[in-house]
Design a protein around this ligand. Structure first.
Ligand SMILES: [Zn+2]
Length: 316
């Protein structure tokens, strides 16, 4: 009897050890799946096209698409030394019902793509989704303002003239005479629009890409923690985070408050509260499908519009 009891104990212990090992294995695997990206990985894909960083020597990685590498060549000489002295009214956005929507990329800069987008580029997706967001905001009584159209954009000469007329800060060495309406130029133009008739905020829509890690998916939100509108930008981002979490409880959502040197240019140089939304990953097959899905687009833009509505209602 004692022998049987002893054997039973041995078997039970062995089973326990085996199940622990198995559980550990599963857990490790799951963890790799839900903590997919790193700082450098995100930067490697989105930074070159959206916002030159303080590191002028940063080179495109091997994994970037040809388009991204080409765009990087246009902007890699840009260095941003630090926040300019604030010469604008950081409260100008208060009370405004105008919402500036930046459909990421466009014209000479098509943004990212992947094998899952069937020849479509980020700039087309952001424009279509931005248009839908504009409709939802109109329905809620706001006045959406699109930063770019489909076929025209301000030339560098127009931007320079407006900047001079309004006495705005600008970096002449960054505002190149290349007429591609890149990240810095579109940000300046957003500020011109704001100074002429204040907007409550600017939301910049983008599509993410991480070719070296196709399993990465979900939404990422970025704002700047140390420009003149850092505090309202953080609030706006928090509202968006809450609404997206409610609408898509199973979707991975990352929020990051960036410091001056590594933050996205459209959140950094803007003179109004701003947020950059990386809606989904072009390089993930499930995310890529969602980007074309009317139901998803409807739900996603509704969540953004509700968040903007709640934020503006709170700010007054
Ligand atoms: Zn982008």
């Amino acid at each position: 009897m004692k022998k049987i009891l002893f054997l039973t104990l041995i078997i039970a212990a062995a089973l326990l050890l085996f199940s622990c090992a198995l559980w550990g294995g599963i857990e490790t695997e799951a963890r790799t799946d839900v903590v997919p990206d790193t700082e450098s990985a995100t930067r490697a894909t989105e930074t070159p096209t959206a916002e030159p960083t303080g590191n002028a020597t940063e080179q495109p990685t091997e994994t970037e698409t040809e388009t991204e590498t080409e765009t990087e060549a246009e902007t890699e000489a840009v260095t941003l030394p630090g926040p300019p002295e604030i010469t604008y009214d950081v409260n100008a956005h208060l009370g405004s019902k105008r919402v500036l929507i930046d459909a990421g990329h466009g014209f000479a800069d098509p943004g990212c793509t992947s094998d899952y987008l069937n020849g479509v580029y980020e700039s087309q997706l952001t424009y279509e989704i931005a248009t839908l967001l504009a409709q939802k905001l109109t329905e809620k009584g706001y006045e959406p303002v699109m930063l770019r159209g489909t076929d025209s954009f301000p030339t560098d000469a127009e931007i320079r003239a407006a900047v001079a007329e309004l006495g705005m800060f600008s970096r002449d060495d960054v505002l190149l005479e290349n007429n591609i309406f890149d990240a810095y130029e579109r940000t300046l133009w957003g500020n011109v629009i704001h100074r002429r008739n204040p907007v409550a905020l600017m939301i910049s829509l983008h599509v993410n890409a991480l070719p070296e890690a196709e399993y990465v998916r979900g939404t990422e939100l970025y704002y700047t923690v140390d420009n003149g509108c850092a505090e309202p930008s953080a609030k706006l981002t928090a509202f968006i985070e809450t609404k997206l979490k409610t609408a898509f409880p199973d979707t991975r959502l990352k929020t990051e408050g960036c410091v001056w040197n590594d933050s996205f240019i459209v959140t950094k140089w803007t003179e109004m509260p701003s947020v950059l939304v990386e809606m989904a990953y072009a390089t993930n097959p499930e995310d890529a499908e969602l980007l074309f899905d009317d139901e998803w687009r409807d739900k996603y833009t509704s969540a953004l519009a509700e968040a903007i509505d709640s934020y503006i209602a709170t700010r007054g």
